[in-house]
Design a protein around this ligand. Structure first.
Ligand SMILES: NC(=O)c1ccc[n+]([C@@H]2O[C@H](COP(=O)([O-])OP(=O)(O)OC[C@H]3O[C@@H](n4cnc5c(N)ncnc54)[C@H](OP(=O)(O)O)[C@@H]3O)[C@@H](O)[C@H]2O)c1
Length: 322
């Protein structure tokens, strides 16, 4: 457990990502399979000391939040024992009008509408952490500040953060907010490693320049917890039979060798690799397979050596360090 900076929350380092627990991404009803599988997944998560659950208003078109709320009540878990995070700001095409495009929306009205709808689906009085899902080019920080203040003052949202935001986008928002941005959810794994690679390729002709504006260092400096999404690369470098490319196969071979030494599976080492980073990141795992989830959880107690970390990093970079 870690105390999340800027908060009173004691959290597991592994977050369970609820993106797919609602079943299909359409307007169909929640199936019995989705209910039963979620019951098993949430119970397994809790048994393995995961107390943090990540949602978004859009996941399975609201069904992920809905099925989750039924499960934690059925399991009779006290609300204060779990951390519920959700996100807003992505809008589907075709709503409210048939010609409405896919878009991002950080307007005051949409944030307020979305949070109230999530609270209803989650059947709770408050959300622990609300994230803005993807940067909206039309953002008006004053409107975001107004929404955040009202949500905070009314007790509907305790803490706030962002997702997929770079350093300057965070600074712009924070400049107008009276609450701190406590978390930034970003894609990060052994192959999608730009956050860590940027500092190495800066001012170097060997690799393509990566423009991340020092977002990782900025988050470290300001105690904004990075939540790494897709920590398993959606299985790309773990599925031992079907690798999409040579790099994924090399990553798997490294993970397997290190996993065997620690008596765990490669998935556990992929998560341990993220947790070993000194930024004290969290890892948002999205498996819907109960056995895989149990295996992954073993990664949170493995502290990789510097040598092990670099073997995996080098395999994921796919080229020599400078
Ligand atoms: N903020 C954002 O923009 C954003 C974007 C995407 C996701 N997220 C969050 O991050 C969470 C995790 O995302 P994710 O699902 O993309 O990440 P992930 O944990 O890297 O990938 C999970 C997927 O990989 C598959 N997988 C894992 N290990 C495998 C293996 N050994 N062999 C075959 N398949 C394997 C899983 O299949 P099984 O289910 O069969 O295990 C599942 O489909 C989401 O639930 C969501 O909460 C956030």
């Amino acid at each position: 457990m870690v105390k999340l900076p800027h908060t009173n929350l004691d959290s597991s380092r592994i977050i369970y990502g609820c993106m797919n627990i609602g079943g299909s991404w359409d307007d169909s009803k929640i199936s019995n399979d989705a209910i039963n599988n979620t019951l098993e997944l949430v119970s397994t998560a809790l048994e393995n000391k995961i107390n943090f659950f990540d949602h978004a208003d859009i996941y399975c078109r609201g069904k992920s939040e809905e099925v989750f709320s039924n499960i934690w009540r059925e399991l009779d878990i006290k609300r204060e024992k779990i951390i519920i995070q959700t996100k807003c700001g992505i809008r589907f095409p075709g709503f409210p009008n048939s010609d409405s495009p896919q878009r991002f929306d950080f307007s005051y009205d949409h944030i307020m509408y979305s949070v109230d709808a999530s609270l209803k689906r989650l059947k709770t009085d408050y959300i622990d952490i609300l994230l803005l899902h993807r940067p909206d080019p039309l953002v008006e920080p004053v409107e975001v500040a107004k929404a955040f203040n009202e949500l905070n003052d009314s007790g509907r949202v305790k803490y706030f953060g962002i997702s997929n935001h770079n350093r300057f986008q965070i600074e712009l928002l924070q400049n107008f907010l009276s609450v701190p941005l406590i978390a930034n959810q970003l894609e990060f794994n052994i192959v999608h490693n730009y956050l860590a690679n940027e500092g190495i390729t800066f001012n170097n002709s060997q690799s393509q320049m990566i423009h991340g504006y020092g977002t990782l260092e900025y988050c470290r400096l300001n105690d904004i917890t990075i939540q790494a999404w897709s920590p398993l690369g959606k299985g790309k470098f773990l599925n031992g039979e079907n690798f999409p490319d040579e790099t994924s196969k090399n990553v798997f071979d490294q993970l397997k060798a290190i996993a065997d030494n620690h008596n765990v599976t490669p998935e556990a080492i992929a998560v341990a690799w993220i947790l070993r980073h000194p930024a004290k990141m969290q890892s948002v795992v999205g498996t819907t397979n109960v056995e895989r989830l149990k295996n992954i959880c073993k990664g949170s107690s493995i502290n990789l050596t510097r040598e092990e970390w670099y073997k995996i990093f080098n395999a994921g970079r796919g080229e020599r360090l400078p």
